[in-house]
Design a protein around this ligand. Structure first.
Ligand code: AMP
Ligand code: MG
Length: 413
């Protein structure tokens, strides 16, 4: 049986608001072992709503709808469901009384327009809403069970938790758990990562292993379906182990962890201090480090040295080096890191230079980045080339710098 979520609202399809209801519902459904096959978003248009419901009722056995249950003219879910089922809308006294009572509690008289919220497709079952005026609707159409809930996230959450989830469980639709584990890597491309894991990412593997890339961070998602939480964990553990063995130090964290968290954990472990000297990233490396709780213990500070003069005066970068090689060069990145380490008196210093764009330089393309790391006994740099938008170049350059620190501390302490 397939499950579909339909979000209704022109504010969603127009891009004005983000559909967070589908995300929230999919996560809650996963917790009770129901995987969602389709997310549909549809504008406040009667024909389009009926069409979306029709498609969903034909391909899914369970459909959860949010939105369009308000009292105004653009709230069309009641009518669209009635059309889908081929029935009339009928008045439900008990729901009407509840809506009136809700207004009375707030000390307000009920506008006549709210009366429509007590209308339901004939044969449907009203779902009481204890936190708002819009009741939900439960409706069976053919072999499909539909539940319509309010669009207001807080009302929808409560209705789902209190009324819908227990119902799904008693219908035997849930019962198991879907558990997900995310493993994050940085330092190579998605296809290189996948090449090492082809036996795990093939379709039909249990548990399922998926791979996604976002801003150069490659993430593996292990998705286990099992009867209990423990069984799901037991499915995930050996697969995670294999992934870690094969990917080695490409792996920097799990779930929502970012590179800077990994860096600060390592600095703390090894008791090493860090400073930053940033060109192309304009302070982003420092900013990301500062996002981590307790960063100040090991991250001493940084300098944004956009202007070459600052590189000379504040970081002791030799003038002839910039004249000979240009500011965007491995040699200058290295000199900045060395100078920064000396001036900030830290164990480590990391630097960035590059071309963020949109215009490149005559001999240097947009996206060319050098990051360098200086430590007690040496300095090294790495270069990359991401021909992307300005902000993307900066974000990746910051990641590359953080990764340089991470790998050095991991390998050499
Ligand atoms: P409605 O029940 O369609 O009148 O929706 C009421 C309000 O809830 C809207 O104005 C939105 O602010 C919010 N809302 C509706 N649907 C969603 C959704 N899918 N995700 C997040 N917010 C929503
Ligand atoms: Mg709406």
């Amino acid at each position: 049986m397939k499950t579909e979520i339909i979000s209704i609202g022109s504010e969603l399809t127009s891009g004005q608001n983000l559909d967070t209801n589908s995300q929230w519902l999919s996560r809650r459904l996963a917790e009770i072992g129901i995987a969602v096959a389709f997310h549909t978003t549809v504008a406040d248009d009667l024909e389009d709503n009926v069409a979306a419901f029709r498609v969903a009722s034909q391909r899914a056995g369970l459909v959860l709808v949010t939105g369009g249950l308000g009292p105004t003219q653009d709230d069309l879910t009641r009518e669209a469901l009635a059309r889908l089922a081929g029935v009339e809308l009928v008045f439900h006294q008990e729901s009407f009384d509840r809506i009136q009572a809700m207004f009375a509690r707030l000390g307000r008289t009920m506008p006549e327009t709210n009366r429509v919220q007590a209308l339901f497709p004939a044969g449907a079952e009203p779902i009481p809403n204890s936190h708002g005026t819009a009741p939900g609707i439960s409706l069976q159409v053919g072999s499909c069970q539909l539940f319509a809930m309010p669009g207001v996230p807080s009302e929808m959450h409560r209705m789902f938790e209190k009324r819908i989830r227990p119902r799904l469980l008693s219908l035997g639709l849930g019962g198991g758990v879907l558990l997900q584990r995310k493993i994050n890597c940085f330092g190579t491309g998605e296809s290189v990562v996948e090449e090492k894991l082809l036996d795990l990412t093939r379709r039909g593997h249990v548990p399922e292993v998926g791979i996604t890339v976002s801003d150069a961070t490659v993430s593996l998602r292990i998705l286990a379906r099992a009867a209990t939480h423990e069984e799901a964990l037991a499915q995930i553990a050996p697969v995670e182990q294999t992934i870690r063995e094969r990917l080695g130090d490409l792996v920097f964290g799990v779930e929502d962890e970012e590179l800077q968290e990994s860096v600060l954990r390592l600095l703390t472990e090894k008791r090493l201090t860090l400073a930053t000297a940033e060109g192309v990233t304009g302070g982003l490396v420092a900013r990301r480090l500062a996002l981590v709780k307790g960063a100040s213990a090991w991250f001493r500070g940084g300098l944004v040295a956009y202007d070459n003069e600052l590189k000379f005066t504040m970081l002791s970068v030799p003038r002839p080096l910039v004249e000979a090689q240009g500011a965007v060069s491995a040699a200058v990145a290295e000199a900045m890191a060395v100078g920064c380490r000396t001036h900030f008196q830290t164990n480590l210093a990391v630097s960035t230079v590059g071309i963020a764009g949109p215009e490149g330089q005559s001999d240097k393309p947009v996206g060319l980045v050098y990051t360098a790391l200086a430590w007690k006994d040496g300095v090294k740099s790495v270069s990359s080339n991401w021909p992307l938008a300005r902000e993307e170049v900066q974000s990746r350059a910051a990641k590359q710098a953080l990764n340089l620190v991470r790998l050095h501390v991991l390998r050499h302490g």
